[in-house]
Design a protein around this ligand. Structure first.
Ligand code: NAD
Ligand code: MG
Length: 359
């Protein structure tokens, strides 16, 4: 097992990364302060991992909420089921909420922890690659509103994250690839060496080799933690984590949420950002090609849908929350392994990118 620390002064917490960690009682209870544990999971993950976890916590008062699976249930109504459960089973202020699941479960359980009795302890047990490398670092929690994704939420840090590579075994292949998109993102924005490691080791990741996976998770979390530690509440730098996301959100929205997975849209969006960066002469044609090839090898889309016109993009990017003062701001590459945030965007080059990146 490897442990890294997300450095946030008195809110610092460890991320434990390894194999069979969900079978390690000592590790699980290390971060539980009293005798009550409340597990939040969903109806896909529960049959796979919940019974063993409950058994392991023998001696504790363990209660659970099993949410229906899906982003469409990430809302206040479903969140209320968690509060109902906590109150009905009389969980008090020293309880510990455990989130057993992907980003949806993690965001909801984390937000429940932030709100329940004004804040109780919270442990993340991420079960998707995406939640291990992305939502487990940074403390963003919340739910969707009818009028916008993640619009109701809080910054709330967990006591610990326990990332068990063994659970990735059951992850559907599309979800695995979607997580790899965010992993590749860290290489692109801040870690050229890691990008090159991914070029060599992608087959091991696709084969879910636990050692390779643990390395990729650790390196991703380190990269994200570094950015977050310098900008916990998204003052500026943290925006580089959104490489490919402005284009990607436009694709997700245009196609209808859920048709493209987030990571898939981010992959195509990162190609667009890289293409524009190449047109601005920040990366070479060869580097652009390497980026596209790596994403393709990870079974990710590298073109925007043919049905999307440049106007569709501009319109959808105009309502993106990353737009400041009505000016389009984009995260681009200043070189391979380094990102910059700019609102100084050449419209003609952007149009060329739209044309070049359409399927
Ligand atoms: P998800 O939680 O919906 O999980 C994807 C699917 O995989 C679900 O059907 C889930 O039930 C299933 N699954 C999860 N683990 C499994 C396993 N081990 N075996 C088999 N099936 C498994 O999706 P996600 O990609 O993990 O997370 C997306 C969510 O995360 C979005 O709501 C997004 O807003 C949020 N998010 C939050 C942050 C943050 O900083 N808080 C960052 C990125 C994403
Ligand atoms: Mg993302």
């Amino acid at each position: 097992m490897q442990t890294l620390t997300v450095d946030l002064a008195d809110r610092s917490y460890p991320i434990h990364i390894g194999e069979q960690l969900l079978k390690n009682r000592e590790l699980l209870v290390r971060h539980v302060r009293a005798k009550q544990v409340y597990i939040v999971t969903n109806d896909t993950i529960a049959p796979l991992y919940l019974p063993a976890l409950i058994e392991l916590l023998d001696g504790y008062q363990v209660d659970t909420t099993v949410l229906p699976d899906g982003e469409s249930f990430k809302n206040l109504e479903t969140l209320n089921q968690i509060f109902d459960g906590l109150l009905e089973a009389r969980h008090n202020r020293t309880t510990t909420i455990m989130a057993l699941g992907g980003g949806v479960v993690g965001d909801m359980a984390g937000f429940a922890a932030a709100c329940y009795q004004r804040g109780v302890d919270f442990i993340q047990l991420p079960t998707t690659l995406l939640s291990m490398v992305d939502s487990s670092v940074g403390g963003k929690t919340g739910v969707n509103h009818r009028l916008g994704k993640n619009m109701i939420g809080a910054f709330y840090q967990p006591q610990a994250v326990i990332a068990d590579m063994s659970v990735l075994e059951s992850l559907p292949p599309r979800e695995l690839s979607a997580g790899i998109a965010e992993v590749i993102k860290y290489g692109l924005i801040s870690d050229r060496e890691f990008f090159e490691w991914l070029e060599s080791n992608l087959p091991d990741l696709l084969a879910r080799d636990p050692k390779a996976m643990a390395y990729a998770v650790k390196r991703s979390c380190e990269n994200k933690a570094q950015v977050v530690a310098r900008d916990e509440r998204e003052g500026g730098l943290r925006a580089i984590l959104n490489l490919g996301h402005t284009f990607g959100h436009a694709i997700e929205t245009h196609q209808g949420y859920g048709v493209w997975l987030h990571g898939e849209a981010v992959a195509a969006g990162m190609v667009m950002a890289a293409d524009l960066s190449h047109r601005r002469e920040a990366i070479t044609a060869d580097e652009l090609d390497r980026i596209v090839r790596l994403l393709e090898r990870a079974h990710l889309p590298v073109k925007a849908p043919a049905s999307m016109t440049p106007d569709d993009f501009l319109q959808l990017m105009g309502v993106d929350k990353k737009v400041v003062d009505g000016r389009l701001r984009l995260v681009l590459l200043s070189k391979l392994g380094e990102a910059l945030i700019t609102s100084d965007i050449e419209q003609d080059l952007l149009q060329e990118t739209f044309a070049a990146c359409r399927a």
